[in-house]
Ligand binder design. Structure first.
Ligand code: MG
Ligand code: MG
Length: 252
């Protein structure tokens, strides 16, 4: 069942989302060759807990041990922070973070270049970010879930990149994962109707090569089946009468 949120609930989510947005900006500033994914995780956790009542939402959820999911290059999502994983010049790193505040979850991700990246990698980042913006623009009252995925596809596929289908966006609020699922592909006018008060995480995952995935033996890290790179951008968005409102906006 889809649980629509009241304007008051959306304000609480926006408060948590503001902390999340600021945490991602801080993490991005700390991305550099030589830093480990565990160090980034600790920076995120400290920053979030410095805000009264806020907790890193992923920590302990489904047994995950990090505060952030940090995924490098061919890793799509759910990378486990580790002191053994060191960022190198030319890598890309996905920083996926959740905040829980006042009982409500928000969820947001960015993929960041480590130093200088090659032209194709930069295009992957730009296209994935643009596809998220297109998906958000489609999150208006009266549209359907399928309109969001369709909008994402229209940006990604003409560029020759592929969209991950095994993983999708989701409703969220009192839980991190609520109905509806929000795939990054779809047909216009199909799927659940978007109503004011719907809060969803829109999160295109885009691959340079094939769309297929596999999960590593750590049981968490999802990688591309062909080992080529993947990018991921995510915002928590409220559908409102005034249009889509990004609850995890960053001051930048
Ligand atoms: Mg996320
Ligand atoms: Mg999510």
């Amino acid at each position: 069942m889809i649980q629509l949120k009241s304007p008051r609930e959306i304000e609480v989510m926006a408060e948590g989302g503001a902390i999340l947005g600021a945490a991602l900006v801080l993490l991005r500033e700390n991305v550099r060759p030589g830093i480990t994914t565990l160090e980034l995780d600790q920076i995120a956790e400290r920053f979030i807990r410095d805000h009264d009542g806020a907790t890193p939402a992923f920590k302990g959820l489904y047994g995950f041990r990090g505060s952030a999911c940090i995924s490098i290059n061919e890793e799509i999502v759910h990378g486990i922070p580790s002191r053994k994983r060191v960022l190198a010049e030319g890598d890309i790193v996905t920083l996926d973070l959740g905040v829980k505040l006042g009982g409500y979850f928000t969820d947001s991700a960015i993929t960041v270049p480590v130093g200088e990246v090659d032209a194709e990698t930069q295009r992957l980042l730009d296209v994935t970010a643009a596809s998220l913006e297109a998906g958000i623009r489609a999150a208006v009252v009266g549209n359907h879930v399928g309109d969001i995925g369709y909008a994402v596809q229209q940006v990604v596929e003409p560029e020759g990149f592929s969209i991950v289908r095994d993983l999708v966006g989701h409703g969220l609020g009192l839980s991190l994962h609520e109905e509806p699922q929000v795939p990054n592909y779809g047909k216009p006018r199909r799927g659940a109707t978007l109503a004011a008060g719907l809060t969803i995480a829109i999160e295109p995952m885009v691959n340079v090569g094939v769309p297929h995935t596999r999960t590593l033996s750590d049981k968490w890290t999802v990688v591309t089946a062909d080992g080529r790179r993947s990018a991921h951008f995510e915002h928590t968005v409220a559908v409102t009468e005034d249009g889509p409102r990004i609850l995890t906006a960053r001051n930048e």
